[in-house]
Design a protein around this ligand. Structure first.
Ligand code: ADP
Length: 248
């Protein structure tokens, strides 16, 4: 049951690689419906944190809960995906020889909780769901185009749409606007803001203009733990954050 309390609760998480602590007693709480940005210099532990949440990396110690009851440290990657955590890596992965519509159709049919079989013809409810998603990800007019013909930004939107077809409660996104045009970046910010509330989002991002557009709370990671947390304008004023970004 994820309807009360935080959607994600990491407490005192430590991950070591050959004695080096990529995460060092990391504690982080994400509320239901929150849109959180994670920033921090290279090597801060952002990817390792995402790997712990998705079960790719087991912490040496600490607690990781999805909702009240799901202990992420005890589940496999596929079990965590099925439980409702969707992850988007930086590079878009769509099926280029298929149309935009077919990509979304496939994503819906491969949903592990699927009510649709791969071979079944789409009913009108399923077609409506795909049409709604096409509109949501700004690809309504591109439904019949091959995914391989889309711009980089459009491919990113399509992949986000494919993730959303699986109805995750928590979405993890790694630098989603890297390589996007300004217009695509603005559209992506609108999409994420519209998803917040009904979804919880954790966005790892280097683009501070994008982070500003998203609003909400920002967590600054440094050397595997939380250095600062709060609105962007606030953390940007933090002396320790400035020092970490400008170098010593
Ligand atoms: P970020 O995503 O913030 O750049 P990472 O989580 O990728 O940071 O890395 C944190 C630190 O852990 C880095 O110093 C990195 O070199 C190290 N690290 C990450 N994964 C491994 C691994 N599989 N083996 C050894 N060291 C790793």
């Amino acid at each position: 049951d994820t309807s009360h309390g935080p959607i994600l609760y990491l407490d005192d998480i430590t991950v070591s690689f050959d004695g080096f602590r990529a995460l060092n007693k990391l504690t982080l709480t994400i509320d239901v419906g929150e849109l959180r940005c994670i920033i921090g210099p290279n090597g801060a532990g952002k990817t390792t944190m995402m790997d712990v949440i998705t079960g790719k990396t087991r912490p040496d110690s600490g607690t990781a809960f999805f909702g009240q009851t799901i202990d992420l440290t005890r589940l496999s990657e596929p079990e965590i995906a099925t439980a409702g955590i969707g992850r988007k890596f930086q590079k878009p992965t769509v099926f280029e020889p298929l149309s935009v519509f077919e990509n979304l159709e496939l994503a819906m049919k491969t949903d592990k909780r699927a009510r649709h079989s791969l071979r079944a013809k789409l009913n009108s409810e399923a077609r409506d769901r795909i049409a709604e998603m096409l509109a949501r990800i700004n690809l309504f007019d591109s439904a019949a185009r091959l995914a391989g013909e889309l711009s980089h930004g459009q491919k990113q939107w399509l992949e986000i749409g494919m993730l959303l077809m699986q109805e995750p409660q928590l979405l993890l996104l790694d630098e989603p606007v890297a390589g996007m045009t300004d217009h695509e970046t603005a559209k992506t910010a609108e999409l994420f803001v519209s998803l917040a509330g009904s979804h919880s989002l954790v966005v790892v991002e280097h683009d501070m203009d994008f982070v500003e557009r998203l609003g909400g709370k920002v967590t600054v990671l440094h050397e595997g733990s939380v250095l600062a947390e709060g609105p962007l304008a606030e953390v940007q004023q933090d002396e320790r954050v400035i020092e970490v970004y400008l170098g010593r």
